[in-house]
Ligand binder design. Structure first.
Ligand SMILES: [Zn+2]
Ligand SMILES: [Zn+2]
Length: 111
């Protein structure tokens, strides 16, 4: 443990704890929102909008031609770096017919 002072270690531990706490808080938030919706008799998936964002195109309505195959970490990194997606590379999303939304699978079939 040379090079690390006790206070540095303590700082690291506190940082890790804070990070863990904030992640846990987000989970709790999500859980509460879900149970609130349920208690209000709302659809827990869509909150009674009867629509959910298309997971294929992330609600945009179009997908890149290369599509699912390159979907993933690299794409996200490119996007976060501000790389522009060329319009020519986009095709209408077939999953939602470029609406960006789908009928909620949780409640659209029930009624
Ligand atoms: Zn779509
Ligand atoms: Zn729903």
């Amino acid at each position: 443990m040379e090079g690390l002072t006790e206070s540095e270690i303590a700082g690291f531990v506190v940082g890790a704890l804070l990070l863990g706490a904030s992640i846990a808080a987000q989970r709790v938030d999500g859980f509460i929102a879900t149970s609130q919706r349920r208690s209000l008799n709302m659809c827990k998936r869509c909150g009674d909008l009867r629509m959910v964002a298309c997971s294929q195109c992330k609600g945009v309505g179009s997908v890149r031609k290369s599509g699912i195959f390159t979907f993933g970490l690299l794409d996200d990194i490119y996007e976060s770096l501000g790389a522009e997606t060329k319009a020519a590379d986009l095709v209408a999303c077939s999953a939602c017919r470029s609406k960006g939304r789908l009928r909620c699978p949780e409640c659209s079939n029930v009624r």
